[in-house]
Design a protein around this ligand. Sequence first.
Ligand code: SF4
Length: 307
Amino acid sequence: MKKRYNSASAYIKNKFAQRVQKVAVDAGFSCPNRDGYKGRGGCTYCNNDTFKPFYTSSQKSITEQVNEGITFFSKKYKAIKFLAYFQAFSNTYAPLSHLKKMYSEALSHPQVIGLVVSTRPDCIDEEKLDYLQKLAEKYYIVIEYGIESTNNKTLNNINRLHTFEEAKKIINLTAKRNITTGAHFIIGLPNETKIDILNHAKEISKLPINLLKLHQLQIIKGTKMSQEYSENPEDFNLFGSEEYIDLMVDFLELLNPKIMIERFTSESPKNMLIAPNWGGIKNYEIVHKIEKKLKERNTFQGVKFQF
Ligand code: SF4
């Protein structure tokens, strides 16, 4: 049955006619917001350990990590192809010659059909984009930008050290090159109201992006934000799961129907999560609930989108 929102997984299944699985690699990149080039300490919510699969390590080669990831997923699924997911830190933050080496090693693996490169909007330039454009003629290439908010005041508060305008500029330069362009946003950042969040949907809708990843704000142990949360909990509006599901439906109604949704939520390891506590509900269960809610409300992605 056709979904009431534009699902990235349905698109992938259709495009490749088989299951395509991302296999994460840690290529040892750093981040300008941590190494002192732009700042130190990083974004206030960041702890890269929350999303590092066990088989990734910058101590291992790209090939070793891809092989271990493939072995892991091959036990779960049959007949699949893989995308090497350069996930940890900022994966375009190095000279082009180094990027070429890392990406080529991943693409030389016979089961890898493309790359997903996660990065910051201020860590890439036209030369790197030109190279990725060339790769995109032969492989499936996605650049996934961490944007997080359309509100510069929020970006400043969470110490992103880039603006929404910088993000818009690089997204336009990427999309112009026909590279699949993704964006990542966090829903419920400190001091953002429901109106601010729904405004993100309107602003995102104006961007030439193909893929959108959303997730609820999670307060993670050891982050600067965990300290802020314990000192000023009133600055945080952490959604309960049911409230979040309703909000996602409102968000989808405003969102450009061309934009594919890759995720709605994230599940950080229990031992690292301070709040919110959603009682262990799985990501796929939230997706089912969002689908159910869309049906109950007889609504779709984009019904309130203004062309
Ligand atoms: S969230 Fe990304 S940009 Fe921010 S500190 Fe962490 S790795 Fe760097």
